[in-house]
Design a protein around this ligand. Sequence first.
Ligand code: AHR
Length: 502
Amino acid sequence: MEARVTAHARYTVADIDKRLYGSFLEHLGRAVYTGIYEPGHPTADESGMRQDVLELVRALDTPVCRYPGGNFVSAYNWEDGIGPKSERPTRLDLAWRTSESNQVGIHEFAGWAKAAGTEMMLAVNLGSRGLDDARNFVEYVNHPGGSYWSDLRRKNGQADPWNVKLWCLGNEMDGPWQVGHKTAVEYGHLANETAKALRAFDDSLELVVCGSSHSDMPTYPQWEATVLEETYDQVDYISLHMYFENYEKKTSEFLALPEKLDRYIGTVGGVIDYVKAKKRSKKNVRISFDEWNVWYHERRSDAKRMKEWDWPHAPVLLEDIYNFEDVLQVGCILNTFIRRSDVVRIACIAQLVNVIAPIMTAPGGAAWRQTIYFPFQFASNYGRGTALRLDVDCARYDADIAAGVSYLDIAGVHDGDAGTLTFFAINRHGEEAMTIDLSVEGFGKVRSVEHTLIKHDDLEARNTKDAPDTVAPMKVEGATISSNGVQVTVPPYSYSMIRITL
Ligand code: AHR
């Protein structure tokens, strides 16, 4: 099969906000306890943070990490996680029916984030709590001193404020499963009043209001319209979430799902424009896609197990073991965000460690990279710069979710400072190799090209503790420089990163 792709220096989408490659850590299962934090682990530092995990996180170069939830945040008292550890209460976490020891709180997470080289993106509880707790939390985190909450932070060992800029106004408040679920009008009003209070403290904060939990929610997209009508002047982003499932084991249908993601983004972009026009506003609200990933491998059995258990602390939960097929899907999802980077400014892979995550750990033992670690790492490391509006000419197939799905899923990024063009390409054809004729115009001379491939003949191949490199990227030869670009041949069902030095 042949595909022709044209990139032109003048045809651009947007300068990508590096926070498109954000991540997420929730107090859920083993994400925090025995994930990032495990005192006594051979690699743990004096604060109990696992250095083997930190090393894998640093290599992802994820610029922002959302915390502490997720569903967890909707019944969380942030004050439980401050002060001497021995005095912190154990609480029942209503979201996941577990016990929360509060041994990790804002101080520990802030220390971890600094060591990981990532900014904090914090969520306030607008489920069981409200405006008052939100403003207290922000004061605790961001005020230098001389007030009740900031002095308490100083007393607890942190003299300087953390100056967190990005704040989520609750989580998935459209979901009936959420503690303190609200209607769009109720939530919109609360979010607006909370945002006003936070802005009264610091107008430069960036605030994220909750959009839909997914695009099959019965309230979507009216939820976005109502919530934005209530909050438009006070917020900067509306959050969207989406998880991808393949219960039917039909790869072609699974890999077409990013079309649905694209429609979701397009629709919400339209709703934002509608509210902007209605309000005669000059301001642009953008999308923070702050939860996304493949999630289905353990989902149904987890839901069943949770009903039966007796409030365990840090149980195995949502520990999807990803396969090679998921590499292709994660690649297509990230490409969609790059192509939509004018409206999607922030996105967070959900989650980072153990819980539907690219990094896995064994308690007391190793940490290793799941298959999906690699497409995320490549996008985060090399997908910075200007997103290109590509012209793609390739055969297409009809899927249930959309007609005319291109067998080639591709996104391109120009990094002017580094003098590189990077393309992320997924061949969605299961039998045919694809020769991609990549013509690059207006960028100057192509000096060299490098092709990194992720391919496995078994779509179900996984990385495990004992076989951590079953699915791994490899450098391949064969890409050639042509008169106006490069030519690369990629195998069926494969992920490629093609890097051109100019
Ligand atoms: O990431 C797992 C859960 O998915 C989060 O807690 C929630 O926000 C979403 O429903």
